[in-house]
Design a protein around this ligand. Sequence first.
Ligand SMILES: Nc1ncnc2c1ncn2[C@@H]1O[C@H](COP(=O)(O)OP(=O)(O)OP(=O)(O)O)[C@@H](O)[C@H]1O
Length: 350
Amino acid sequence: MSEEEKNDKLPATGEILCTKRHKYEAAKLLGKGGFGAVFLVKREDGENFAMKCESYDVKKQVLSMDCKVLRGTFLIQSPHFCQVLDRGKVVDRFRFLIMKLVGRNLWDLRIDREPPKFTLNTSLKAAEQCLMAIQDLHSVGYLHRDIKPGNFAVGRPEANEHHNVFMLDFGLCRKFAGESTDKDLRMPRATAPFRGTTRYASMAALRQIEQSRKDDIEAWLYMVVEWTVGFLPWRRLKGQDKEEVLRWKEDIRTGEAYEDFMQGLPKRQFTEIMRYVDTLEYHSIPDYDYVHYCLQHACKQNNCGPTDPLDWDPGSKYHGPTFADREKKQKIAIAAGKAKDTSKEGSKEF
Ligand SMILES: Nc1ncnc2c1ncn2[C@@H]1O[C@H](COP(=O)(O)OP(=O)(O)OP(=O)(O)O)[C@@H](O)[C@H]1O
């Protein structure tokens, strides 16, 4: 099937899509995949949203996974996920969901810089938010399995959300908690087909071993290193070069390759994170607080202040969500007896 045939079922710019509640006009294509696309849409009241659509031709439906995951993260009121506001379908063509519109993704934001890297302050602050997003996703029982900079975006400046990082694209998510009432961890499969992006994939994923929470953290680490240094040593290798990328990832753990890899990074804290991640096993519950503590330590050692500005908003004090805010909010909610301590759910029950 040609690209055109694959996509001719998707909406055209200017097309009007109706749900039971609203009408939306497809205004602009924001991103396109094999059997799906994301559009900027305008609601009849003039408000802008993002519409993610999936063609009926798709072999494996993933839009329902986006929905399930985003319902879970909405229930815990995580600030790192877009709320789904509406959904619908155009029979025989595509299904769609309407969600909060966010801004630029963290791949594009880095690539546009000269040299293409973030300041250490920005890398560490974005790293903290992405870690919280991963922790929230795990707390509702899902693994992401495709942690990469293109799957994180900042909010829109018009909405004053550009200090907030959002996680996107749940098409490769997998529920790691069993369906039984005691929420046991699912049994790992003997081998698991590769899911993810070679450049950021964990060593276990590249070896086709069933992924678990630690693998999202390992991928997060490669992403943060790329932001900070501007590249990863295996940047020239392609998606199909899995064995070579795996060899690189093994090599950077010792000797000369380790020393080179740590160039330009807060060496002590990044070594601690890498060594810590390497101690984790399939069943391990990552100690997110410990990883966060290492990031905080890296900030302090390098004079990155809590309100130092982000690279994409150099004129304003940083006001994005932090670990400290989250703990404060939880304490207030728990004290008021209004909320369950869901952030720790993963660690207690799974
Ligand atoms: N809520 C949103 N607001 C604005 N832009 C978005 C939103 N969701 C996704 N996008 C943009 O559309 C692109 C594709 O989105 P997403 O990753 O969810 O879809 P996909 O079809 O699975 O894409 P891919 O195959 O590239 O991962 C993203 O990189 C992002 O730039």
